[in-house]
Design a protein around this ligand. Structure first.
Ligand SMILES: Cc1ncc(C[n+]2csc(CCOP(=O)(O)OP(=O)(O)O)c2C)c(N)n1
Length: 330
């Protein structure tokens, strides 16, 4: 783990840790508030998957585009989305990032290039590809990234999009967050081969498989893909192997549903991507105890402020119910 950490400046390593810790703490706060039933939205937590969002987004610029999916809190935070607006969105408030109309699965903050998350599995794939086409036609040096689950690999749109991106040489990166499950179906029960990263070689795209719980490996591979997309306008496919700690939706662990065991979950939790990186940074004296405490306090304060802001914010007014909705002209 964390093999080539010496190639990364210490400040960047600490920033990566900070982002992962923030994602973890925000998820834990949502998990503990959720049973109060004040958040009027399903939530898909990404506890255990923090290194993916943090590692992929760290080297992206504000102007680069990210498309997310139903499990998008980590992507939103890592791309620099406003936390107050995200939490307010979960509470369905007018101050939410989608003005309280979208909920957890429809997060957007275009001011930081977070172009939207979608509840439709695979929904962002073709849009991210189209964005990359627009970038190329406008001769911009921007990159378009789409996060997708292993479940989205079962959708045909991915193969059509990869083929098109290769044909047109588009600066798009497909990031498959392989957490081993789609709701209650394991990859093993849906896919004959454990070869997601290899699937596109027939179109001419070599995928990469990465330990998505290793923030250093994830950051390093993503950085290379981002540079290649930006400079050479070439697409990439990254399969990041990780593990979802919570149930598919809401809190809990789903270990009573028969698709995974307590023992399997515990084994994964023992290699926590956040704690193991924290321990590593402390041992290497890259993260000093004082700084660690300061980071924790700052994050805790930001989360408390975000929840206070959300709970105090107004709900959308009834008269505005149809505002911001797409209306057909016919
Ligand atoms: C097109 C489509 N089919 C089915 C669903 C129902 N559905 C919601 S989440 C999900 C599983 C997605 O699994 P994956 O893409 O691996 O993401 P994860 O939940 O593991 O992060 C499914 C099948 C949907 N939302 N959209």
């Amino acid at each position: 783990m964390f093999e080539n950490y010496r190639d990364i400046p210490s400040a960047v390593l600490v920033d990566l840790y900070k982002t992962m810790l923030k994602i973890r703490k925000v998820q834990r706060a949502i998990e503990s508030e959720y049973p109060l039933d004040e958040m009027r939205t399903p939530v898909h937590l990404c506890i255990g998957q923090e290194a993916v969002a943090a590692g992929v987004c760290a080297d992206l610029k504000r102007k680069d585009f990210v498309y997310s999916n139903h499990r998008g809190h980590g992507h939103y935070i890592a791309k620099g989305g406003c936390l107050k607006s995200m939490i307010a969105e979960l509470y369905g408030r007018e101050t939410g990032c989608s003005r309280g109309r979208g909920g957890s699965m429809h997060l957007i903050d275009t001011s930081v290039g977070l172009m939207g998350s979608s509840s439709i599995v695979g929904g962002g794939i073709s849009i991210a590809t189209g964005t990359a086409l627009a970038v190329k036609m406008r001769k911009q040096k921007k990159v378009s990234v789409v996060f997708l689950g292993d479940g989205a690999v079962d959708e045909g749109v991915l193969y059509e999009s990869v083929n098109f991106a290769l044909l047109k040489e588009l600066p798009v990166i497909y990031v498959c967050e392989n957490n081993l499950f789609a709701i209650c179906s394991s990859c093993r029960s849906r896919q004959k081969f454990d070869n997601i990263y290899k699937r596109f070689s027939g179109c001419g795209l070599m995928g990469h498989r990465v330990n998505g719980n290793d923030i250093v490996e994830t950051y390093t591979v993503a950085k290379k893909a981002i540079e290649t997309a930006r400079i050479l306008s070439k697409p990439a496919f990254l399969e990041l192997k990780t593990y979802r700690w919570c149930g598919h939706s809401g809190g809990g662990a789903d270990t009573d549903l028969g698709y995974r065991t307590d023992a399997e979950l515990k084994k994964q939790q023992a290699i926590c991507p956040v704690k193991s990186f924290e321990k590593f940074l402390v041992e290497k004296s890259i993260l000093k105890e004082k700084i660690k405490i300061k980071i924790e306090r700052e994050i805790d304060r930001e989360i408390k402020n975000a929840f206070d802001f959300a709970k105090k914010s107004p709900l959308p007014e009834k008269k505005d119910l149809m505002k911001y909705l797409y209306k057909s002209q016919s």
